[in-house]
Design a protein. Structure first.
Length: 200
């Protein structure tokens, strides 16, 4: 069961959770017409790295239709046997699928009372799922809002070792048009999160 977002969450934490959730949505499945339209309407309101990345994704989304976006997603992540990129922690950390990083994540999911959605068949260490879990902890969707120290432990265990490399690969992919901007946003956001947690 998904709990409603708490009304008293700090604006900066809500903004962090929104970026995690957006990246998760874009990486879980090809964007539908509504998500593509919302993406095209995004505005990068400043000259920060994140602002520029958002402006780029918005411009790219305005130049692509749902069929093209689905084709790009499939080439990147699905393909005939598998896509150009394998967006799993196990693959990036150990070179193998369904390896120790997946087992470690499942252990933390059990401890945090995070259950796999019944309609999701991807291994839980898929980048979209891990990003969604991070957003859920920030917003208190698995019970109470996770303390910052707990967020840091989860980030350090399940995103820090590999997510930046994945987003680098996505940003530099020759196949990516829309998703190159997603890669840049993810890469820059992971760097900001790393730096923020390192200051704690």
């Amino acid at each position: 069961m998904t709990l409603p977002d708490p009304p008293d969450i700090a604006p900066e934490d809500r903004a962090r959770a929104e970026v995690y959730s957006y990246l998760s949505l874009m990486l879980a499945a090809p964007p539908d017409a509504a998500l593509l339209a919302r993406t095209a309407a995004l505005t990068g309101d400043d000259e920060t790295a994140l602002g520029r990345a958002i402006a780029r994704i918005s411009a790219d989304a305005a130049r692509i239709d749902v069929v093209q976006a689905e084709r790009e997603f499939n080439k990147l992540f699905i393909g005939m046997a598998h896509g150009e990129l394998l967006p799993y922690a196990s693959h990036y950390i150990t070179g193998f699928l369904n390896d120790k990083p997946l087992a470690n994540l499942r252990g933390d999911m059990a401890r945090l009372a995070i259950s796999r959605a019944p309609n999701v068949f991807e291994p839980e260490d898929n980048i979209a799922s891990v990003l969604e879990m991070m957003a859920g902890q920030i917003m208190g969707r698995y019970g109470a809002i996770a303390p910052v120290a707990a967020q840091q432990r989860f980030f350090d265990a399940h995103l820090r070792p590999w997510a930046g490399n994945f987003f680098d690969d996505l940003a530099e992919s020759p196949t990516a048009r829309l998703y190159a901007g997603v890669g840049v946003l993810g890469r820059d956001f992971m760097a900001i999160e790393r730096e923020a947690f390192d200051l704690l």
